[in-house]
Design a protein around this ligand. Sequence first.
Ligand SMILES: Nc1nc2c(ncn2[C@@H]2O[C@H](COP(=O)(O)OP(=O)(O)OP(=O)(O)O)[C@@H](O)[C@H]2O)c(=O)[nH]1
Ligand SMILES: [Mg+2]
Length: 295
Amino acid sequence: MADALIQPSRPDFRAGLVAFIGRTNVGKSTLLNALVGRKVSIVTPKPQTTRDPVQGVLHRPEGQIVFVDTPGFFKTHKSRLVDQLHQRARRALDGIDVVIHVVDPTREIGEEDEMVKEVLAKVQLPRLLVLSKCDLPDRPERSTWLATASSYDAVFEVSGLAKLELEPFIQAILQRMPFGPPLYPESDVTNTTRQFQITELIREQIYLQMGDEIPYRTQVVLDLITETKDKLGNPELEVNATILAASDRYKAMLIGQGAQRIKQIRQFARRRMKDEFGVPVHLDLEVLVDQELAG
Ligand SMILES: Nc1nc2c(ncn2[C@@H]2O[C@H](COP(=O)(O)OP(=O)(O)OP(=O)(O)O)[C@@H](O)[C@H]2O)c(=O)[nH]1
Ligand SMILES: [Mg+2]
């Protein structure tokens, strides 16, 4: 955040922080991306895709909303990583102005939803309930969630994927923002760096290209990023990154038969990076084992 760039705002300008909280896979990150108009948070059908409280900024003449994405709550066998992600989601509520509980009415209500409700019960904040995926015709838990409306300040049904019903939702949030100057300059859409975005786009492809068994403890490390030019003088990016796997077995899975899987991860990640950064990307990916990730 470069404070010097922030323009003095109108006296009635509103700005604040809004956190999305919910069980894993309900569509928090998809919604964040739809609201800010850019892919600032990665999305996959696999649980606990989001690991860090990524911020995305929506700029409007009357106000600025900083959305905070959080790791989803996920009930699984006890693990240090899952505990850590839940802790990050709870902490993301510090300093927030409004909390948005995102639920997926297509899925049976479960223990994970109860975990989120317990977190919400501990915070004294304006709260909105969002029923996601309203583009899907079959939403068996819709009425059950709507029946909980009295526990919230307002309820919305939206679709991040199909970008449906977003405007009334945005207006409801803006109304609840405190008066104050913008938190980010108008040019900023996220608090993340390009380096972070690159490692996330690689992690996204790891999740997407692997089967059911995801090497969750895998880490992506950026070794080098260089801005270069092609023969005609057009800008390009050269990226060298390493995927650290927790064991030889995971390393073999990531590489795949005849190195097919790592090739796919590389190809798709390159394409997504080109979409995001607007320049061709050469990506060099290596897979190594890091024993410290195990356990
Ligand atoms: N049909 C439909 N699918 C959606 C919608 N929003 C998200 N999805 C899908 O739901 C899956 C999970 O989406 P995410 O945005 O990653 O969910 P999340 O809540 O951020 O998940 P975690 O980061 O794991 O907590 C993906 O396969 C999305 O494409 C929606 O509005 N409609
Ligand atoms: Mg997410």
